[in-house]
Write a protein that binds this ligand. Structure first.
Ligand code: HEC
Length: 413
């Protein structure tokens, strides 16, 4: 290792040094049928893209994991270690040699499915839709034909969109049996989300709920989606699909969240670092599991601070670089306990300067708004109450087989 860093000794090779990194940090997306634009599963692939891989890693764009924190803090942490970055750098500089193929690790046996978690137990289609090509945002509610025939406990949900670039975001929620289904399953009226399941943003990555948790979709419910199409001039014919993964095993806790919306932001023209804060409180003793931040094109960075009732302050989530294209949940490796009354403070930072390549107009004041060219800050901290369910539930293939659902019907992904 030291020899490599000093530039003496043989250069790193694909077979021995690079393939293991691509397998563990890149191929979850860079393989056929997944969200990345090219595959990185063979030597041929890696050699073709070597130059771009070097540049992308140097710029900190890839892998797309932008939170900061100790090495063992996050689950699904994609960050490369300094050693791994050096290996890739030296390998690219040496002309991307293959080395001895016999030394390469066996290929990973990825599920052969366009769904990142493998084939779902149930796939629900949303109605097809073509957003207008008039450069305007469009908000639309879709309601599916599918009606859940029974109470169904779910471990994970994933939304697939065909035109990743057209969808700004899409909130999935439950459509109660008593509500009238709009004609063709589409409505342009504002429908307030009733019980939100999850919100898909560009860069959304599906993770199953943590151990001991599941989400209930009640009998008779349909899934609806409030979807925001961003301005587009290309012809799109979008069909979203929801993949449902049934829960199996014991459920002893439910998921909840606290969050803020900063509606009073006022970003001066050309300001490269506008900061704004807002807080809320934990209403009960919690085990915190994950975080999510939503801003628009001027979003630059974000933090979550916990001010504990005993006076201590801790930075529990640090996102030094916000990227609109990569809004994802960041899961903790271990749940973080926090007492009732903890003040949860969110910090948002925006860049309204011309140096921000995504900035639609650096010369205007920018405030909160629903259009992509306006700004937002939505921050969420997800947790489960420290008090577990008195009677754990037993679930088999999504059905409750033991325990009572009394008081256990909330939760969101
Ligand atoms: C979570 C999914 C995901 C992972 C993991 C991932 N990529 Fe990507 N990658 C993408 C997507 C999607 C794009 C298209 C550009 C974008 O959306 O940012 C991309 C683009 C790229 C590009 C094109 C240049 C660029 O920066 O846009 C390179 C090179 C690349 N990835 C290399 C890698 C390498 C090397 C790794 C592992 C160290 C990796 N990626 C891990 C999803 C991923």
């Amino acid at each position: 290792m030291l020899a490599l860093a000093l530039g003496c000794g043989p250069p790193p090779t694909y077979s021995e040094h690079i393939a293991p990194i691509l397998q563990s940090k890149c191929q979850s997306c860079h393989r056929p049928g997944q969200i990345a634009p090219m595959s990185l599963v063979s030597y041929q692939d890696a050699q073709t893209w070597a130059g771009l891989i070097g540049v992308s890693i140097e710029m900190g764009n890839m892998p797309p994991f932008y939170a900061d924190g100790p090495a063992d803090y996050f689950r699904g942490d994609l960050r490369l270690s300094d050693d791994e970055k050096d290996l890739i750098h030296d390998w690219v500089a040496a002309g991307a040699p293959e080395g001895d193929p016999a030394l390469a690790p066996a290929p990973v046996d990825w599920p052969d499915s366009p769904w990142p978690l493998g084939e779902p137990d149930l796939v629900i289609d949303f109605p097809r839709h073509s957003p207008p090509r008039n450069f305007k945002d469009q908000h639309i509610t879709f309601v599916t034909d599918y009606v859940f025939p029974d109470d169904t406990w779910v471990k994970a949900l994933h939304l697939r969109t065909e035109s990743k670039k057209a969808v700004h975001h899409s909130t999935q929620f439950l459509w109660n049996p008593e509500h009238k289904v709009p004609r063709n399953g589409k409505s342009f009226d504002h429908v307030p989300p009733r019980r939100a399941l999850f919100t898909w943003f560009p860069g959304f990555l599906t993770e199953p709920l943590p151990e001991g948790q599941a989400l209930l979709i009640p009998k008779g419910a349909r899934v609806a989606s409030r979807t925001h199409f961003g301005p587009t001039k290309e012809k799109r014919n979008e069909r979203m699909q929801l993949g449902v993964y049934f829960a199996d095993g014991t459920v002893d806790s439910l998921q909840k969240h606290v969050g803020v919306q900063m509606t009073d932001i006022k970003i001066p023209p050309r300001d490269s670092h506008y900061e704004h804060r807002k807080h809320t409180f934990l209403p009960e003793a919690a085990l915190v599991s994950h975080f999510r931040i939503h801003m628009h094109l001027r979003g630059k960075a974000a933090q979550v601070l916990f001010h504990y009732p005993d006076g201590r302050t801790e930075k529990v989530f640090d996102l030094p670089r916000y990227r609109f294209a990569w809004q994802r949940y960041y899961y903790l490796a271990e749940p973080l306990p926090a007492p009732k009354g903890t003040k949860v403070e969110f910090v948002g930072v925006w860049d309204n300067s011309a140096d921000n390549p995504l900035n639609p107009n650096p010369n205007v004041w920018c405030g909160w708004g629903r259009r992509t060219v306006d700004e937002m800050f939505g921050g969420s901290v997800f947790y489960t109450p420290q008090r577990k369910l008195a009677q754990p539930l037993k679930i088999e293939k999504g059905r409750l087989v033991e325990g009572s659902m009394q008081g256990a019907s909330s939760g969101l992904l």
